[in-house]
Design a protein around this ligand. Structure first.
Ligand code: ADP
Length: 226
């Protein structure tokens, strides 16, 4: 489903953020990406999200070169790939419901579809009773649930989560990882970049380890070892 083929990203003049990275991820996997700060995790995710272009190599998603997708097919690519970040990226003047609905509004969805789909994703993330709260009235864990609900709205094939628990206490961290596991069990591929040792060790799933831009380990049931 996702394949990196000898991918390198060199920032001028010669800082290699990732070097000669190759791996494959199949549909339905839950893969964690670990490594020290500066190891290249965000760059790797940005390459997949097409926010950065590789200096060398290719990134494939569903057999298509991500960096060769013509502009007219980009919206379709964006719908298939959801993203969640450490800082939630919610609109402060909009409620939880409105933050999720907004994504559909900009695409011109009907009110009927919006009400149905937003309610469905808020239900999945367990936030129906907080739907009309503003971000400032929500805990960090709840804010991240809203961001996850928003990432689910187009029923993506994969969700990229870049340090989604970076601002959360252990209780909410467990909660959010549990939610990602549940979403994965419903069939969505998950790629999780994290610093959190307990999260990785408890998950017991595949782990890719980056060190200084290189992929140094790829383990089926990885332990945190950096
Ligand atoms: P991580 O997410 O693992 O902390 P990053 O992917 O952010 O690592 O960074 C990997 C390396 O690439 C670091 O040395 C960083 O300084 C460098 N880097 C990342 N983005 C840029 C950029 N836009 N310009 C120059 N160097 C960058």
């Amino acid at each position: 489903m996702i394949e990196f083929q000898k991918v390198s990203k060199i920032y001028p003049p010669e800082s290699a953020a990732v070097r000669d990275i190759s791996f494959k991820i199949t549909q339905g996997e839950f893969v964690s990406l670990i490594g020290k700060s500066g190891a290249g995790k965000s760059t790797l995710l940005e390459l997949f999200l097409r926010e950065e272009f590789p200096t060398e190599g290719r990134v494939l998603f569903q057999e298509q070169d991500v960096h060769q997708i013509p502009d007219r097919h980009l919206p379709e690519f964006r719908r298939k790939v959801g993203a969640v970040f450490q800082d939630y990226k919610l609109l402060p003047q909009k409620t939880a419901y409105e933050n999720v609905a907004y994504v559909m509004e900009v695409m011109g969805a009907s009110e009927e579809d919006i009400v149905r789909d937003v309610s469905e994703v808020l239900e999945i993330v367990g936030l129906i009773d907080r739907a009309h709260h503003y971000p400032a009235q929500l805990s960090g864990g709840e804010k991240q649930r809203v961001a996850i609900a928003r990432s689910l709205i187009h029923r993506p094939d994969v969700i990229i989560a870049d340090e989604p628990t970076g601002n959360l206490d252990p209780y909410h961290t467990k909660d959010i990882i549990g939610l990602l596991v549940k979403i994965n069990e419903l069939g969505t591929t998950i790629i999780l970049a994290t610093h959190n040792k307990e999260v990785i060790n408890r998950l017991g799933k595949r782990v890719l380890t980056l060190d200084a831009g290189r992929l140094v380990r790829d383990e089926e049931r990885g332990k945190f070892m950096i």
